[in-house]
Write a protein that binds this ligand. Sequence first.
Ligand SMILES: [Zn+2]
Length: 68
Amino acid sequence: MYSRKTFEEIEQRETEVWACTNQDCNGWMRQDFSFVDTPACPLCHNSMEKEARMLPVVENLTHRMVST
Ligand SMILES: [Zn+2]
């Protein structure tokens, strides 16, 4: 008998993110983690555009990351 668990399902949700407009850069951040209306890319400081991505749902992590 195999009792090995399959991978736990990771819930994904369409999430608003800021994506870097520089095509050579893959910088992006969750909108929840940005503090300004139009953030600059943390990697290359280019402007960023809003887009929706399917991302794993994070719980409780938001507050922790904001406070550090
Ligand atoms: Zn960038």
